[in-house]
Design a protein around this ligand. Structure first.
Ligand SMILES: [Zn+2]
Length: 132
């Protein structure tokens, strides 16, 4: 029992020097491999999806994104690339018999043109419908 007391006394008698020990690492430094993954909250984005009615070759009712009114569209028929392509094909096929003047037919038919839809209130361009 006396030996245990002497060892306790020896341990207590030794001077403890902390100056040779490296300072503890600061708390701000974290190991990216061992540190837990901290995820930041993802901001919730609310999207408003406006389902527009598909355009046709006739006026349709739409909610105009410009003037915010619901009204029928105004249609302007315009020549598209497909109109020119069909006219070119007709001209190419009828060139040998001098009937290439038939190539004007696609330019006179509404069904072979693209229909641009505009707002009837503010004339805002809404979309194009092309059958071909
Ligand atoms: Zn409008």
């Amino acid at each position: 029992m006396s030996t245990a007391r002497t060892t306790v006394q020896e341990i207590e008698m030794e001077p403890v020097e902390y100056s040779h020990l490296p300072p503890p690492p600061p708390y701000a430094v974290t190991d990216p491999i061992r540190s837990p993954v901290i995820t930041q909250p993802v901001p919730v984005v609310h999207q408003t999806i406006i389902v527009q009615q598909l355009f046709r070759d006739k006026p349709v009712l739409v909610n105009c994104p410009s003037c915010h009114k619901r009204n029928p569209t105004t249609i302007k028929y315009v020549n598209s690339k497909k109109t020119h392509l069909i006219a070119g094909c007709i001209c190419g096929l009828t060139f040998w018999c001098l009937l290439c003047c038939l190539a004007v037919i696609p330019y006179m038919m509404r069904s072979l043109k693209a229909a641009d839809h505009y707002c009837s209130n503010c004339n805002y361009y809404l979309g194009t419908y092309s059958k071909l």
